[in-house]
Design a protein around this ligand. Structure first.
Ligand code: BES
Ligand code: MN
Ligand code: ZN
Length: 517
């Protein structure tokens, strides 16, 4: 008998899978197809039907549902068993709320709410329909449906060995049924949304992976595999010897205390495209943040495997951009280290000479993200990019400022900031801007070095952003602090799950699409 792990490998439809610790890394996720039809004329065993709150149910269903039980408010679900020829055996009605308030986010959330209920029936395929004449239509509708379905369906079951068949059941395909005139536009949107949704899934899987299985060399290996899976992404990994030779003082200092050596991961897409803008993405790849010698206390360390969430967002955005074949030259840079206490650790009081030559006075080893990012931001400048967009789980202060509802955005260029804010809003991956005035940049100046890595606690997120800006030179620079949005102990939206959210992937992918669109 072959083990379940290998059975999964054999089933992988892309014909390519990588196993580490016996567990396949690539997922074979739910397919989403589009065809002409209507759920109310479909004999599917499971159907999903979005329904507006201000519309009466059709006669064929009205007799099965008490109007008071299903008002169609957003994300409300009810299961109906129509027992009528030509209707699905089970129909999941999902509320969309009032017609004039339906937007992409409503659609994403409704799709996510419904797919979880539908999965419970244990069938391989599900039909899905939406009311006609929605404000959101065509490609925009298809994309929102696909993103909502894929993210709502997301679970991280890699380490669960005790699940029943019912608990581990996965839907193989969702058939989205639309009117003939909508077919092409919705199909195109579903194709895009599938790429975007799977980019987020990819980032979530990386973040949810335990720190012990994604040390910097292992995280770098995931990038190499991404390059094999998506050949238009070329990947270069600098090991500790190359970091030493080239003077990556920030990454080396933070990585010193760990038994796992640091890495600098370089991904590039579109270098051969002509007349396209160059954008550098930089992501914090701290595979586990114990705080170092300033060790974290209480339960502040518990979820610190998520401290490579910025790096994961860069991986995900690279994958999405390459799969969408965007006309952009995209460089993804992920400095990666593990922050550990040991006899070799960097110390409070140490002065670190970074790749740029600028020096950092280390006042707290737990403010390590900005130290590794200094090298990434400097390295980015050799590409002469139009913009540097950096993502990191940088400060607990971002949670204090914005709770878990927005990524903190700081930028040296207002048009870049505006583009990112708009992209986050439309993608449902929101950011909110904080200032980076000169006064804040003064706060990170050091007496004995050029800058210091601690200036708090006042304005903790902003001084971290001001520190980073020091290393971005004159290139338009934006910092996205995803400390609050990258990880959720309790999900906020139906398309989130507890744990990693994949924050930043949709925001950056949308920014890039808007930039070149
Ligand atoms: N990785 C943490 C920030 C963090 C906190 C991410 C909570 C996700 C959730 C970062 O390296 C850190 O420890 N920051 C310190 C900075 C302080 C020492 C100036 C913080 O926020 O407490
Ligand atoms: Mn830290
Ligand atoms: Zn950290």
């Amino acid at each position: 008998m072959i083990s379940p792990a290998f059975a999964h490998l054999a089933l992988n439809s892309v014909g390519y899978a990588v196993a580490y610790c016996g567990i396949p890394f690539w997922r074979n996720d739910m397919k989403i197809e589009v065809s002409v039809g209507s759920v109310l004329e479909s004999a599917a065993s499971v159907g999903i039907l979005g329904w507006l709150g201000d519309t009466d149910l059709p006669d064929s269903l009205a007799s099965s549902v008490e109007a008071a039980d299903f008002t169609g408010k957003p994300n409300q679900t009810v299961v109906v068993y129509p027992r009528t020829e030509g209707l699905p055996t089970r129909l999941v009605l999902v509320g969309l709320g009032e017609a004039d308030k339906v937007d992409g986010e409503r659609i994403r959330q409704a799709a996510a709410s419904a797919i979880r209920v539908a999965r419970g029936f244990g069938e391989a395929t599900v039909a899905m329909g939406l009311p006609e004449g929605l404000v959101v239509a065509g490609a925009e509708l298809g994309e929102a449906v696909a993103v909502g379905l894929l993210l709502g369906n997301y679970r991280f079951l890699r380490y669960r060995t005790n699940l029943s068949d019912a608990e581990s059941h996965e839907i193989e395909a969702v058939e989205v049924l639309v009117g003939a005139t909508e077919l092409d536009a919705v199909s195109g949107g579903v194709a895009t949304g599938t790429i975007v949704g799977n980019g987020v899934v990819f980032a979530r899987d990386l973040v949810n992976t335990p720190g012990a299985e994604k040390t910097p060399p292992q995280l770098a290996q995931r990038a190499v595999e991404l390059g094999e899976q998506v050949p238009s992404i070329s990947v270069t990994v600098l090991d500790e010897n190359e970091l030493e030779a080239q003077g990556f003082g920030g990454v080396l200092a933070v990585g010193k205390g760990s038994d796992s050596p640091p890495r600098f991961i370089i991904m590039e897409y579109g270098a051969d495209l002509e007349g396209v803008p160059t954008v550098c993405l930089v992501g914090k790849g701290l595979t586990f943040d114990s705080g170092g010698l300033n060790i974290k206390v209480g339960d502040f360390m518990t979820n610190m495997k998520n401290d490579m969430g910025g790096g994961a967002a860069v991986y995900g955005a690279m994958k999405v951009a390459a799969e969408l074949q965007l006309p952009v030259h995209l460089v993804g840079l992920v400095p990666s280290a593990e922050n550990m206490p040991s006899g070799r650790s960097f110390r409070p009081g140490d002065v670190v000479t970074t790749l740029s030559g600028s020096t950092i006075e280390v006042l707290n080893t737990d403010a390590e993200g900005r130290v590794i990012l200094s090298d990434g931001l400097h390295y980015a400048q050799r590409y002469n990019p139009a913009a540097i967009v950096e993502l990191s789980t940088l400060t607990g202060a971002a949670i204090i400022a914005l709770a878990h509802h927005a990524t903190g955005l700081m930028s040296t260029d207002q048009s870049l900031a505006d583009a990112l804010l708009a992209a986050g809003e439309s993608a449902g991956d929101r950011a909110w801007q904080l200032p980076l005035w000169e006064e804040y940049r003064e706060m990170v100046k050091s007496e004995i070095a050029d800058v210091k890595n601690l200036a708090g606690p006042a304005g903790g997120s902003i001084t971290a952003g001001a520190f980073l800006a020091h290393f971005a030179g004159d290139v338009p620079f934006a910092h996205l602090d995803i400390a609050a949005t990258g990880w959720l102990d309790k999900p906020v939206k139906p398309y989130q799950a507890a744990g990693a959210t994949g924050a930043g992937v949709r925001l950056v992918a949308q920014y890039l699409r808007d930039l070149v669109g």
